[in-house]
Design a protein around this ligand. Sequence first.
Ligand code: LLP
Length: 421
Amino acid sequence: GHPFFAYRDGQLFAGDVSVAQLAAQYGTPLFVYSQAAMRHALDGYRRGFAGHQVKIHYAVKANSNLAILQFFAREGCGFDIVSLGELQRVLAAGARPEDVVFSGVGKTRHEMRVALTHGIGCFNVESVPELHVLNQVAGELGVQAPISLRVNPDVDPQTHPYISTGLKGNKFGISHQDAVATFALAASLPHLRVRGIDSHIGSQITTEAPFLDALDRLLDIVEQVEAAGIPIHHIDCGGGLGIHYSDQLPPATETLWQKMFAKAQARGFADRAFMVEPGRSLVGNAGICLTEVLYLKPGEEKNFCIVDAAMNDLPRPAMYEAFHAIVPVQQASEADATAAVVYDVVGPVCESGDWLGRDRALHVAPGDWLAVCSAGAYCMSMASQYNTRPKATEILVDGSTAHCIRQRDDFAALVAGEILL
Ligand code: LLP
């Protein structure tokens, strides 16, 4: 499923680089990303967008390493950010402020001020109180804030409840029924300039229908808002497209977007400026995490394969019971593979929730390396230093070149900012 990480003579490669060599050189846990895989994912969007005006705003939260952001900036992408820290990251990576949109339900006045001072492209506003605060902050600075309203289309994305965001019952966006009135309010506020509409209905969505339904609901609102005399410059469809972790078959980006534009066309909106905010679908399958087998611990009910990566490095299994494929760096021979044992793959952190995979058939010995797959999105960006474990090293492979894009935390990094009495 992940052609950018493939076996050659039984050894796992990222591009033209042997990942065993990387593990030996840099130690583990080690994240390895494939630049070719990221470009391939981008190309899927670009093909789907052919002939239309669409700007890709990479959702920084999926993987916020500076070099990854730099890659997307060089590819001509904008960015979807949700904090001052993410703004500082994208600026440090070479983004132009006008190519940045600012999402999130809890923007502070300080964040608004800094973003306005830099000349950010758009605020994706999520509530009426936020509109008033932004209007005030912009007024104090003597500027007009470009805004879009995030509308909650009340569409079920059929994904994990923790990562579905477009239903009535959650904290995101302005409800569908209040949308038109809220646009009228926004247009009446002197220090705001209405630019667009946006929605983001959830993440790891693996069917087309929720995207198409949400677009229909958005276009209904655009029609009404424009009938009320408020022009909508851009339509931002958010992110959320799922990736292949195990048996999911998400729609191909290109086909999905051809269908989206067929709908936009049918409704007379195909010549509009569109935006998207993908995160996972650009980086998720572009990364693996290498880990070393420390101990094998047979048990009465379960066998444990204890590895040196943990929930602090790869929080998704602990948080969402998410599945990540786990494969050997050196493929077992056929004879060995039949002698595989079923293990729970667990980390060294002192929590029962610290597991990376359950009931995995593996033929392994201490000292072997394993690769946790589909680890490019929401792994390193959600990593912590829990148990005072250093955050991992990250490598970006481009063909036969391996760039180290983050060094492992040392003790100084682990205690940075702390002050003894
Ligand atoms: N735009 C907005 C406003 C968002 O809230 C998100 C993600 C995205 C775009 C990007 O969505 P994506 O294309 O990556 O699905 N930590 C969870 C995922 C949380 C997603 C939060 N919002 C996980 O590991 O599955």
